[in-house]
Design a protein around this ligand. Structure first.
Ligand SMILES: *[C@@H]1O[C@H](CO)[C@@H](O)[C@H](O)[C@H]1NC(C)=O
Ligand SMILES: *[C@@H]1O[C@H](CO)[C@@H](O)[C@H](O)[C@H]1NC(C)=O
Ligand SMILES: *[C@@H]1O[C@H](CO)[C@@H](O)[C@H](O)[C@H]1NC(C)=O
Length: 250
């Protein structure tokens, strides 16, 4: 199950998170991820980024996320593209089923409404991830696969309250036209522009640092020390901020 889930997962929405105001926005290294709500590795990545990487190099980066809704026949969740004007012929591929499109809309709305809180919200509604209990990243997180369902509603409401986010606003967005618009925007980013990506070939999450793809196919090891060291190094090399934090020192 885990291997299959690893093989095919992913999704798209736009978000920007600014952490620790040490460097000015112009100095920040853009990190962009393309995820799918029900891709185990897409759950593990934000968890590790939030817990382990942010405390070390948070002041150097902005994080932006979109959801895989690529219309390409090579993608795995083309069904999440709600656009009436698709630029690429969409297929009926829906590996994680329509429920994932719903979960993506919820996450995209939280992100659009709360640019500074979405990451923490995602970590909260997904629950603790496998790496925290010595499991592999590809096993995902405790409630990750329930996001957007009645089963996880109490958790989603609790997380919103905990982070002082309005559940009513999020709810209006993800169950309405705004959520659809946000998924259209994700689909566009999957299909065109500098972050064009196709899960089938590129794995998930697809990670770009300073506009260059950092992740390799089926890389699902965000919790590994080696991955984290490489990630930090790439951010430090791309950063023009001075002084650099200790994590950047050799
Ligand atoms: C899609 O195309 C139709 C016909 O050209 C146009 O009227 C409509 O505004 C387009 N919708 C979007 C979301 O671009
Ligand atoms: C919670 O959010 C409201 C509305 O944005 C704001 O007025 C209030 O100050 C916030 N409370 C805390 C504790 O951050
Ligand atoms: C980061 O991106 C900027 C803008 O594209 C570019 O000028 C710079 O060379 C990049 N830095 C590295 C280390 O690749």
């Amino acid at each position: 199950m885990a291997a299959t889930a690893l093989l095919l997962c992913c999704l798209s929405a736009t978000l920007s998170l600014t952490v620790a105001p040490a460097a000015s926005a112009g100095d920040k290294v853009p990190v962009v991820i393309m995820v799918e709500s029900f891709c185990p590795c897409s759950g593990a990545w934000p968890f590790e980024f939030y817990q382990k990487l942010l405390p070390q190099i948070g002041e150097l980066v902005t994080l932006d996320r979109f959801f895989d809704a690529s219309s390409s026949p090579l993608a795995s969740q083309g069904c999440c593209n709600p656009s009436p004007n698709k630029t690429v012929p969409i297929t009926n591929v829906c590996f994680h089923k329509e429920g994932e499109c719903v979960a993506d809309r919820l996450q995209a709305c939280a992100q659009a409404l709360y640019p500074d809180k979405w990451l923490e919200y995602t970590v909260c509604i997904n629950g603790p991830c496998a790496a925290e209990i010595s499991g592999a990243d590809m096993l995902g997180c405790k409630t990750q696969f329930d996001v957007g369902t009645a089963k996880n509603l109490a958790v989603e409401q609790h997380c919103a309250a905990k982070l002082n986010m309005s559940w009513a606003e999020i709810n209006t967005c993800w169950t309405g036209a705004e959520g659809v618009k946000l998924m259209e925007a994700s689909a566009s980013r999957s299909d065109t522009g500098p972050y064009k990506a196709v899960y089938g070939y590129e794995g998930l999450p697809v990670v770009w640092i300073n506009g260059t793809r950092f992740s390799s196919f089926e890389q699902c090891e965000a919790s590994s020390k080696d991955y984290q060291a490489k990630f930090i190094k790439a951010v430090c090399v791309a950063s023009t901020a001075r002084p650099l934090p200790n994590a950047c020192l050799p």
